[in-house]
Design a protein around this ligand. Structure first.
Ligand code: PLP
Length: 387
């Protein structure tokens, strides 16, 4: 296969695309500055794992670096290696730690592994003995029971005078389990445990809070905060006072407008019968694009929420999904729009400035995080550059 010459220009490709993602890097930069303001005296990092929550680690990483971020968090060393080109002198922490075979990537790209277990610690000690000294960070579990040294082991390590001189983490970190619920007693418990730990590792920077934790107030900020989702314009929790600015707009092309009569059925399973003569817009997006089948208007037995399904936005109005979402296509009911306002070839917004991503996620019984990281490969992307 050869590329069609007419479709190699990114702008042409965007204009012709069935599916479009517009990513506003100015909003991303503004959201980072907003999180920096809310982090008070603490430094503010940026979490860019999973391809910057699906938005593209290259462009997002560069925009965050330009906005002033100098502490980045990735999940894997491969992500850190990519980011390094866009964040030349930043600290890049690798949350999954370090494994045999990864050392060369860690050293070559100057990444900081976040050591999370006794095994990793032992491996890292032998690595620095071979390769020479290199910064690392230490994750400690304070109640999440995911990654991290148990508290007692970490405290022992802090007071161990025989600890190798080369083991001096640059950062200790822990992760809150319930920061999305400000009323949860887990928050204070974890924070106080972490404070004790931070005192034991005197002189070492400490980091506890992701996006939701930043909203819990200064007690939770320590030296460095780690916002992810708030940067990308989605809610860290439904109790968060307000969302940051939307960053992503997803649009699908309307492939066909069709008239259907009262009593007819829609989509697989014929789960929805029309109660009135209707006008339908068939849009080029489906569950293969992360437009989850659980967003269907009707006929998805697994959806537990009892909610009606998603809305799209077109010609100034919300229009509901009807019937089941299919792999490549979704059917929207546009009967309530004046005839002729929508044409085949127009674009319908799936989420963005008019439909908050969290509203769509909620309709599917999930969270904005999952919508963003599951967008799939078929979107043409356009980045709006930050000033
Ligand atoms: C993903 C992650 C974050 C960012 O969380 P958000 O809720 O997206 O802000 C911070 N810290 C750790 C350890 C994480 O795994």
């Amino acid at each position: 296969m050869t590329d069609s010459p007419a479709l190699t220009d990114p702008d042409d490709m965007f204009d012709a695309a069935s599916l479009r993602l517009t990513i506003d890097l100015q909003a991303l930069a503004d959201n980072w500055r907003d999180m920096a303001r809310r982090s008070g005296k603490a430094r503010t990092g940026a979490v860019v794992k999973a391809d910057a929550y699906g938005l593209g680690i290259e462009d997002a990483g560069e925009a965050l670096y330009r906005a002033g971020a100098r502490d980045f968090f990735v999940a894997q060393p491969e992500e850190g290696a990519t980011l390094r080109h866009y964040a030349p002198d930043a600290r890049i922490f690798v949350l999954s730690g370090v494994w045999p075979g990864m050392e060369s990537a860690i050293f070559q790209h100057d990444l900081v592994p976040v050591i999370a277990s006794e095994e990793q610690l032992a491996f890292w000690m032998s690595t620095v003995a071979d390769y020479g000294d290199h910064p690392c960070a230490l994750q400690v579990d304070t109640g999440f029971n995911r990654l991290g040294l148990p508290l007692e082991e970490a405290l022992e390590l802090a007071s161990d005078v025989s600890r190798p001189a080369s083991f001096s983490p640059q950062l200790i970190l822990s992760h809150l389990a319930c920061a999305d619920d400000p009323a949860s007693p887990m928050n204070r418990r974890q924070m106080e445990t972490f404070r004790q730990l931070s005192a034991a590792f005197e002189g070492v920077e400490a980091s506890l809070s992701a996006s939701a934790g930043i909203f819990l107030g200064p007690d939770y900020h320590f030296d460095l905060t780690r916002p992810g989702i708030a940067l990308y314009g989605a809610l860290a929790s439904r109790s968060q006072p307000m969302a940051t600015r939307p960053v992503v707009t997803a649009q699908a092309r309307v492939l066909q407008i069709r008239e259907a009569q009262a009593g007819q059925f829609i989509s697989y399973g014929a789960t929805h019968s029309l109660s009135r003569d209707s006008l339908l817009a068939i849009a080029a997006v489906g569950y293969a694009d992360g437009y989850l089948r659980n967003l269907s208007g009707h006929g998805v037995s697994l959806r537990q929420t009892g909610l009606p399904g998603a809305n799209g936005f077109i010609a100034g109005r919300n229009v509901p999904v009807v019937g089941r979402i299919t792999m490549d296509m979704t059917i929207f009911d546009i009967t309530d729009l004046p005839r002729g306002t929508v044409q085949a070839g127009d674009y319908i917004e799936l989420f963005g400035a008019n439909i908050p991503i969290d509203e769509v996620a909620h309709a599917a019984g999930t969270i904005g995080y999952e919508m963003l990281t599951g967008l799939g490969l078929r979107y043409q992307r356009r980045y709006i550059e930050a000033e």
